[in-house]
Design a protein around this ligand. Sequence first.
Ligand code: ATP
Ligand code: MG
Length: 580
Amino acid sequence: MSITYMSKLYAPTLRDDPADAEIASHKLLLRAGMMRKTAAGVYTYLPLGKRVLAKIEEIVRDEMDATGAQEVFMPALQPAELWHESGRWDDYGPELMRFNDRHDHGFCLGPTHEELITALVRSELRSYKQLPTTLYQIQSKYRDEIRPRFGLLRSREFIMKDAYSFNESQESLQKTYDEMSVAYGNICDRCGLDYRPVEADSGQIGGKVTTEFMALADAGEAELVTCPDCSYAANTEAGACICHPTQYEVTELTEIETPGVGSIASLAEFLGIPETSTVKAMVGKDEEGCVWALFIPGDHELNEIKAERLIPGFELLTDEELEEIGLPKGSIGPVGLPEKVKVAADENLKAITAWVVGANKDGFHYAGATPGRDFTVDAWADLSVVKPGDDCPHCGATMTGCRGIEVSQVFQLGEKYSRTMGATYLDADGKEQYFIMGCYGVGVSRTLAAIVEQHNDEKGIIWPMTVAPAHVCVIPLSVGDDYVAPEAQRLADVLTAAGLEVVVDDRKDRPGVKFNDADLIGWPVQIVVGKRGLDEGNFEVKVRATGEKKNVATGELYERIAAFAQGTRAPEDFIAQVIE
Ligand code: ATP
Ligand code: MG
């Protein structure tokens, strides 16, 4: 790679934080001159941002190719017919960017490519002998997000690597899924991300088995629970909830007057008991309009995804609907409900026999309400949102909470698309079979932001060597002279010959400006070449990650670079081998 000169580089840095940027990655990618906003959730990558993107893409490509997946490139422009076939033209909602061409044919800009890829292979991937086959691409995706924000974390046009596997059995799918999961872990590691694979919900895409790869960061939108003792972690949207409601001493059904008590917190305070001894009610209806009262431990929240899994079409009632059926918000309980109301309860409540719960009368609660004796539970299920403090479902340890950025996700789709779109192959007996499919997505541009989110300080970005826009920045303190400038050039040439990507800050700016920009942009290694240093026979070498600066004799540095050039030549070894 040729040397980059800062005097020529299009990387307009900003001294101040842009007004609408809330989180570190958004601010710093703008300030470091790596990208610019074009429209809400739409960005242009400038040369440095593009370079980092290309490095992430190369890592992704390398890991995909290693699994045997083959790269293709599908159009972003997708005909509506395919989406009608899968049923998602109607299901996808307003996130799908739709339009008509001049002949009035419906199109969308692809938010994902299950339809296209299934249509692609259905007539030509015919024999079981060709399976499994996995195809992938790296491409722009379009989603009209309701709230594009946080820069590249949630944008409307973003770059994704999406892969699709076609398997002939569940076992074969599991194998591909496991290989992809390993590749996804490798991608995170190589990008320098601190991450956890987590149990997740499959949402819009369909299928059941799925894992999200979460880069741990406070700026992340996902709430996670993680086990300190085993590798288990889950998105709180999806994780199983195992908690411990506590039994209140009153076991006979006893009505208590609770004036003004309308929340769990006020109920617990009124009775002087922990929230874990109370039971919370939530009322909704199913797809047929049948009303359900759901009961969960008082210190937890209802997980509506789980509720919908138990009760298809589940939707919470509005305050008006509650009033219509005569249920007093704030005092709802399972004893004496109207006949037609069904009862579902969180499994964790099996641990207590006497519930402290609403009495279906404003200003009254029951203590000692006992399932089986005082009321009937029609269905028991896991209904609560898991939270820190709950038990790990694998080992029982108490879990802690943190936030994460979903950088990638793997799904087992099964036959969802092959059935709706009629995609079959011929098995060993010559019989038509539906493909068993998997799909696997990496948010490439979101990964870029996640890396910055995890690698920054008050001065700017701290790129890991593996994805840095260049490895070493040589900073001559004077330019155009015949002493410092030629030495800086020589050093840059030697580093380049050793396989490193080098930037020379040959701008006529003051040293302070150059140092600030170097830290803001985040070059992993900075080598200052100045007159005084050279007089003393030294370069000043700084490692951005540690902030450590030291003088190294010029001859010694050249020797170490020469040794490095004979060795692994891996940029990620450069700091350890040459500088430390
Ligand atoms: P989210 O839940 O964050 O909306 P998703 O689950 O809908 O994401 P997938 O369909 O799984 O996303 O897409 C695969 C990957 O694409 C995600 O793991 C994420 O890294 C990335 N991605 C999805 N939506 C966006 C977006 N709006 N901006 C940037 N990257 C995105
Ligand atoms: Mg996802």
